[in-house]
Design a protein around this ligand. Structure first.
Ligand code: URA
Length: 190
């Protein structure tokens, strides 16, 4: 376990723990402020993220930015954004269970350093691993769960919203519920 994000990042950038290391362009470690009380967790880098080394910078990322901006959150100011796996799965397939297991210690160490009050899982992959194995986004999005003293919620993955825009109003409600939860449990987010 590392005490600082910078030390952890340096280790992670050299990772060879799973075969995704062979096909990646860049490790996508995570981005945001290091005293963030809100941590957002996606699935894994896509093409743009792999090229740039930063999470959620493609079309899905632009949509995510809008939801964050609607509740005064941003990666520059007051959140941290990471993924279940730090390297792009080829052709954007789902990460394999063994790839997630290999990568999970990095996310756990990031969480230990940040000590967020709230974690938002973006999509099924993160929600099933971190909230409950049978999590159904369509049924359980926006519901709050407590895990180890941390409030957790799952919502739609931005890429899924681009494919299914009819879920966008529900996603906006989830982010509004996030704003309320921030007011309830966070001390310095706004
Ligand atoms: N999708 C994700 O889950 N994460 C990213 O960083 C980009 C797209």
């Amino acid at each position: 376990m590392y005490d600082t994000m910078e030390a952890l990042r340096r280790e992670c950038l050299n990772c060879q723990k799973c075969p995704l290391a062979q096909t990646r362009t860049n490790v996508v470690f995570g981005v945001g402020v290091e005293d963030a009380e809100v941590l957002l967790i996606g699935e894994g880098p896509g093409e743009q993220e792999d090229l740039r080394g930063e999470p959620f910078v493609g079309r899905g990322g632009q949509l995510l930015e809008k939801y964050l901006a609607a509740i005064d959150l941003s990666r520059e100011k007051n959140t941290y954004i990471a993924n279940m796996v730090k390297c792009r799965p080829p052709k954007n397939r789902d990460p394999l269970p063994e790839e997630m297991e290999a990568c999970l210690p990095y996310l756990r160490n990031q969480t230990a350093i940040l000590r967020p009050k709230i974690i938002v899982c973006l999509g099924r992959i993160a929600a099933q691993k971190l909230i409950s194995p049978n999590f159904r986004v369509t049924k359980e999005h926006g519901q709050w769960f407590q895990r180890n003293g941390v409030w957790m919620m799952g919502t739609f993955h931005p890429a899924a919203l681009l494919r299914n825009p009819r879920n966008k109003p529900d996603a906006l409600e989830d982010f509004q519920s996030l704003r309320e939860k921030i007011h309830e449990v966070c001390t310095h987010t706004y």
